[in-house]
Design a protein around this ligand. Structure first.
Ligand code: AMP
Ligand code: ZN
Ligand code: FE
Ligand code: FE
Length: 281
């Protein structure tokens, strides 16, 4: 049993690293990676808890990136996982701090936008513990539920009156370049893997192309491989068997290490996602 894609409250998950590792132990997970967004702050605690419970622990993180795919004139948006990174690497640490600062500016805009939509939330209502400095959309969704505006997190996410409103969707956040993300991960002694490949999105010439999604995905993988990608998350909580086997074939073709992850964010945060649930239906 393995889960190489999980989030804690050091990004937008709801469990502490210790709680997550304990849950992993209860589920019989033998190898666990914590892959918080734009941060390594939960790794030391996770590693200590894992050592105590006899779980093999992998340092990880997840970057949201943009990647120009030049041959087709498209900009691809995707997520890159980093494994085996050294959290004390100076360049990685500096970059993470910068990204987290930008996120704070975006959160101010989202709070104001929600206020405009009729939802009054405070920064404190978004935090799981005093001083929590990483707040993402799932934290907003949780706060909307806690304040009684939505039944559950997925309603808050999907409602066009809440997180799916055009106003909220228009508030973007800067993404780092894919080449830079892979370079940072490798520079910190780690390996880069493409997260949930079926979730890539894009804008540019591709849009008026009659090509199918899988071709675009293949071109994206090729571009990432040229930048030093080492692995791919073929097994993922929402992949169908067909998607999983298509990705396994691509991983084989491009000599990529196969990884497996659930993207667990804590109880009730994502529908049909459980810790250790790395295969979809
Ligand atoms: P942000 O980084 O603040 O833009 O938020 C993106 C995060 O929201 C990612 O971790 C996604 O996994 C999460 N997310 C996006 N859509 C949903 C959804 N429908 N339900 C739960 N989480 C979601
Ligand atoms: Zn997340
Ligand atoms: Fe992701
Ligand atoms: Fe994730």
């Amino acid at each position: 049993m393995i889960d190489m894609h999980t989030h804690t409250w050091y990004s937008d998950g709801t469990l502490s690293p210790t709680q997550l590792v304990k849950m992993a132990k209860e589920k019989g997970i033998e190898t666990l990676a914590i892959t918080d967004h734009d941060g390594t702050f939960g790794l030391a605690e996770g590693e200590a808890a894992a050592r105590e419970l006899g779980i093999h622990f992998i340092n990880g993180l997840e970057f949201s990136v943009e990647l120009p795919v030049d041959e087709v004139g498209a900009m691809v948006y995707t997520h890159i996982l980093g494994y085996g990174i050294d959290p004390s690497n100076g360049r990685l640490h500096e970059k993470i701090l910068g990204i987290r600062e930008q996120r704070k500016a975006r959160n101010h805009k989202m709070l104001a936008a929600l206020h405009e939509l009729g939802y009054s939330l405070s920064k404190e209502e978004m935090q799981l513990y005093p001083g929590q400095d990483y707040i993402g959309k799932p934290n907003f969704a949780r706060a909307l539920v806690a304040a009684g505006y939505a039944e559950d997190v997925s309603e808050a996410f999907c409602s066009e009156r809440m997180m799916a409103s055009p106003l909220i969707k228009s508030i973007h956040r800067d993404k780092i370049n894919g080449a830079e993300a892979i370079d940072l991960i490798k520079g910190a002694g780690g390996y880069a893997a493409l997260a949930h490949p079926y979730q890539i999105s894009y804008r540019g010439k591709w849009e008026d192309d009659p090509q199918v999604f899988f071709k675009k995905l293949t071109q994206t993988i090729e571009a990432l491989v040229n930048l030093g990608l080492s692995g791919m998350e073929c097994c993922y909580s929402s992949h169908s068997r067909k998607q999983e086997s298509a990705l396994l074939t691509l991983a084989d073709k491009y000599r990529l290490t196969v990884t497996a992850g659930s993207d667990y964010h804590g109880p009730g945060m994502k529908k049909n996602v459980e810790l250790g649930g790395v295969h979809g239906s």
